[in-house]
Design a protein around this ligand. Structure first.
Ligand SMILES: [Ca+2]
Length: 483
């Protein structure tokens, strides 16, 4: 490992330890290594990367963790890789999460904290960095940034922009617009298979970013699975969240009339049937995108690339399906900020890991496997965890940030560790004006129903979390300097 990375990692450890000591925070629980250390590809080889980025797939939208979901292909990937059970995004909405995984940086540093804006000029991305080092770089599927795919380093890009129809979608191939008659994520899978087939024939290492449309709603603000797919699920047996009729006591008052609630009202979330209807349609649509993902994974195997390719799968953000009476995302509660994440590939022993990992960790992980020095980033390589290194020090808490109003949410920040979550909400129009604080004990109160901020016995914890937030905000606001 390059000395530079070691030095930077050590500095981060020291900084994290200092913050923890000063704040008087107890260390979060970390999982014990499940298996012995494993081997990775031989030094000098250049692995491929297939990075599957699904849209609005919440953490429990996987068959292997949720008996209502049917995702056999993603489950098979999880069975041959490591599934991270505590994976989160730094800002729960499409464009910011895309910029975060491309750069390994918080939105405050990479410039993307709302929809459709541009990554700051000259920041390296995993595409530009791997391209520079000789990888063939491709993206297929949903694009949702102000920059073009070419501008951030993709050699090949076949894409559609933002959200839209599941069928007859307009796409851009070779700079030309055309309509795709079939299911859009089948088209995405076709492009992924074509890219990997050509890369395999050329014996050139590649990174492919496969970005699906589904399970995001379509342009009509509904899911649009096929009738026969819907028939495979029983709406009456769909789950009803424990907090579906939350009165929002203890939460910022504006939430009662915020978009996540008003939009939910139009969906009929004041009644269990309205919520169950959406679970039904969401999980049916999810099963269709799973089949598309399966086509790409089958091609990887058929092409003989499984032993030389790391597969990374994650959702770009979570999604409320009736929790607290909400729909949508951005807000800092678990169903919004938590995502599925699976990493599989050569030498990775299967298992489930509960470290606090983030979307910004994926580029650092790819650079580590590629043997490339990493540019300054907030994210960290997952490799020590994946290789079950006993000395793998890891973050004990992380910052969630939404520094400007997005989808009707006020500017807000949260710090979450293995047990506690602390949230600060700011004025809708004055992002420096603190208007509300929340503190949740996720161990005793996993549904985040009881705000402990200001309650007797929690003043020290609240103060310590606020102090940690100040430090983490300073880190997130800038690109880390050279070591
Ligand atoms: Ca999304």
């Amino acid at each position: 490992m390059p000395q530079r990375s070691l030095t930077r990692r050590r500095l981060l450890q020291i900084a994290t330890a200092a913050v923890a000591t000063a704040a008087g925070l107890a260390a979060a629980g970390q999982s014990a290594p499940a298996r012995a250390a494993t081997t990775s590809p031989a030094a000098g080889t250049r692995p491929n990367f297939l990075f599957i980025f699904t849209d609005d797939q919440r953490y429990d939208a996987l068959g292997c963790v949720n008996p209502h979901a049917r995702t056999p292909h993603m489950d098979a990937l999880a069975a041959r890789g490591v599934r991270f059970s505590n994976a989160f995004v730094t800002l729960s909405i499409c464009s910011p999460s895309r910029a975060a995984v491309l750069t390994g940086l918080y939105g405050s540093a990479n410039g993307v904290t709302t929809l459709g804006t541009r990554i700051r000029e000259h920041l390296p991305t995993f595409a530009s960095r791997l391209r520079q080092a000789g990888w063939r770089t491709g993206m297929a599927g949903k694009w949702h940034l102000g920059n073009t795919p070419a501008e951030v380093g993709f050699d090949e890009h076949r894409y559609f922009t933002s959200n839209g129809a599941y069928y007859n979608r307009q796409v851009v191939v070779g700079g030309k617009k055309q309509k795709v008659p079939g299911f859009i994520d089948d088209w995405v899978a076709d492009q992924a298979v074509d890219f990997m087939t050509r890369a395999a024939a050329d014996r050139k290492p590649f990174v492919l970013w496969m970005c699906t449309q589904v399970p995001h709603m379509d342009h009509t603000m509904d899911w649009n699975p096929r009738k026969e797919t819907l028939q495979r699920f029983d709406q009456d047996k769909m789950p009803l969240p424990a907090t579906w009729n939350d009165d929002l006591a203890g939460k910022p008052p504006y939430l009662k009339t915020a978009r996540s609630r008003t939009q939910a009202a139009t969906y009929g979330y004041d009644k269990p049937e309205g919520i169950r209807c959406h679970w039904h349609r969401y999980l049916a649509a999810l099963s269709e995108v799973d089949a598309s993902v399966g086509r790409a994974l089958d091609a990887l195997k058929r092409l003989g690339l499984e032993d030389s390719t790391y597969v990374l799968l994650m959702g770009d953000n979570g999604w409320f399906l009736g929790e607290h009476g909400f729909t949508s995302k951005v807000l800092p509660y678990e169903e919004s900020i938590r995502v599925p994440m699976v990493v599989a590939g050569p030498g990775i022993q299967p298992g489930v890991d509960d470290h606090l990992v983030l979307n910004i960790d994926l580029p650092a992980t790819m650079y580590d496997w590629a043997g490339l020095p990493a540019p300054p980033m907030h994210g960290r390589s997952l490799r020590p965890i994946l290789e079950r290194r006993a000395d793998a020090a890891w973050r004990e808490r992380f910052l969630y940030e939404s520094p400007q109003s997005v989808l009707g949410a006020c500017p807000l920040y949260a710090v979450r560790d293995g047990r506690w979550k602390y949230v600060r909400t700011f004025d809708l129009k004055d992002r420096d004006k603190l208007v509300f604080e929340e503190l949740y004990d996720l161990q005793a109160d996993p549904h985040e129903t009881t705000n402990l901020a200001g309650r007797p016995g929690h003043a020290e914890r609240q103060k310590a979390m606020a102090q940690a937030m100040r430090s983490l905000r300073l880190e997130a606001a800038g690109v880390p300097g050279p070591p």
